[in-house]
Design a protein around this ligand. Structure first.
Ligand code: AMP
Length: 188
């Protein structure tokens, strides 16, 4: 069974993804990370992708879904995947569901919940360490947060109605959050 992690920027999703992957043997598919690799490739596609990332807007549907579809096709069915940053809106969700169905994969999801203002504070702190341009600009951060609230929350609600998502409080400390997430995954 695959795992989908949802969480507003700064929720600690990336950190927890790494720990869960190690604990349970998932391979991580990080949508933002894959897109940042393309943005750095020096191609025309890379320049397009970079323009979206730098302004904090979602990269067009066709581009991201092709990346996801190819990544899934390249993995053995036995390799459990942890999806971080996908699906981010209802169109992506529909397409993602179809890809999963076609490839015989099933998912459970966790929503790592965090107060958005705490997210902004954490990201501005992270920008100083990781040097990501889209983390250093508060306006861009807030645009990404708004996109999460407007577009990704409806995806989480849809998963809730299917009973596949569990909420975990991201305001707690890293280790406490990890213990709780571990419990959720182990119970599935
Ligand atoms: P993240 O690392 O998850 O904060 O994502 C960084 C940026 O990558 C986002 O602001 C978007 O521009 C882009 N991105 C990441 N995931 C997606 C996605 N599923 N769909 C479209 N754009 C995405």
């Amino acid at each position: 069974m695959d795992l989908v992690l949802f969480g507003i920027q700064g929720s600690g999703k990336g950190t927890q993804a790494k720990r869960l992957a190690e604990e349970f043997g998932y391979e991580i598919f990080e949508a933002g990370g894959e897109l940042r690799k393309i943005a750095a490739s020096g191609t025309e596609l890379g320049a397009t992708v970079k323009s979206y990332i730098d302004t904090g807007k979602l990269v067009p549907f066709e581009i991201i879904m092709k990346v996801v579809e190819e990544a899934i096709a390249a993995r053995s069915k036995d390799q459990k995947l942890l999806f971080d940053g996908i699906p981010r809106d209802l169109d992506q969700m529909k397409s993602f569901d179809q890809i999963l169905q076609k490839t015989g994969r099933t998912i459970v999801a966790i929503h790592l919940k965090l107060d958005p203002e705490e997210g902004v504070r954490r990201i501005l702190g992270r920008a100083k360490i990781q040097g990501r341009a889209d983390d250093a600009n508060e306006e861009v951060i807030r645009r990404r947060m708004n996109t999460f609230v407007e577009k990704t929350i409806p995806v989480i609600q849809s998963y809730e109605s299917r009973g596949v998502v569990t909420e975990v409080d991201g305001m707690k400390g890293v280790d406490e959050v990890f213990s709780e997430m571990k419990r959720v995954v182990a119970a599935k």
